[in-house]
Design a protein around this ligand. Sequence first.
Ligand code: AMP
Length: 424
Amino acid sequence: MPTFQPVRGMRDLLPDDAEMLTYVMSKARETAELYGYREVVTPVIEPYELLSAKSGEEIRQRMFTFKDMGDRTVALRPEFTSSIARLATTAFKNEPKPLRTLSIGSVYRYDEPQRGRYREFYQSDFEIIGTSNPEADSEIVLLTDRFMKSVGLSNYAFKLGHVGVIRGILNQANVDEKTQNAILQHMDKKEFNEAFELISSEECLTTLKGSLELKTEDVFKTAERIESHVEGYCKAAESAKELSDILKLVTEGGCPVKSVEPAFARGLEYYTGMIFEVYVPELDIALGGGGRYDKLIELFGGEPTPATGVAHGLDRIVLAMQTQKAVPAKNRRKRVAVVPVNETVKAEALRISEMLREAGIVVELEVMGRKIAKSLEDADKRKVDYAVIVGERELKQSSAMLKDLAKREQSIVAISELAKKIAG
Ligand code: AMP
């Protein structure tokens, strides 16, 4: 029998990596708490129809789709927003607005595996439902900034755009929604020629091409230039104004925006308004992205409900922390190896272990029946702080031998004093 390996694109996270991931997850939860987002846990498997309704061709083709034994077509979730939109039309239908949710867990996409790109990866997803005001969009950007800071990252940047600008221009030329989606998909991949080929109106083409030239180093100036460029296009002009408003709020909130991109698009089809990405220039990868999706909940049969949100790529945040040498701030507990000298004191060793754990000390009990020397050698390798050697002689005086493994010192300590002595 050959040894088994994980399926392509799937990874085992061994303790060091798992610890980093759960640390980042804990920071996402802290961030959510600070902004009043409450966690919900939704299924990994959802109806294919729900997940595919508005996710965009790109993601639709990359979903892990299958039939369950009841002949239902289902898929592994490629993102969280559809599940939250489903909740907004069911369990949360009558909840007071705004609704703020957090989801954390694994998502699945049949992407081509490479550094920072996997087929099973982890996201934290924040959604705010029930308002179309720009302060909601700016909140999503600001909480992302706070989250990045909280894990110790410093070199990252925000990119802001608004799909309403391009859609507004295309709408005015009566480009149908399907073609608009295809155009945006191409623009997302910077395939501008392919995007332009789909447009027949000369005027529309000129405006769109012209919009690509508006970017300057100064983000406020870019936003202003977009506003005046689309002046004659009613919906696009509204969107441009909204983009300026959000930019101001985000900046006021203390988060500098690196660039405003007139031609910025994102893979997911459901976006209707502001879109953004946070990325690390040195790695050239996005750590997270999101935006406004005002039509999705209605599409799922709910009342028209505006909403905006963000998904953070937790695996990539870990990668960025490693390259930027951001070390998790750990509240390190003391670690102890408890070693019984023989069979007869096993129960006592166990009792002492539980007593120390009760005091918040990490105890690794000798469970392999090894001799003391071997056990201490192993404890050294595992970098535990102390060893407690439980022997009959010391037990008679209600004591045990405490060994400080770093200092190489040992003393006989009353069992009742052990925890205090170890905690320092
Ligand atoms: P998206 O909604 O597609 O922008 O995804 C949100 C975030 O998830 C991205 O900014 C990435 O950080 C992360 N992400 C997307 N696809 C992958 C992948 N295949 N592997 C790891 N992380 C990913």
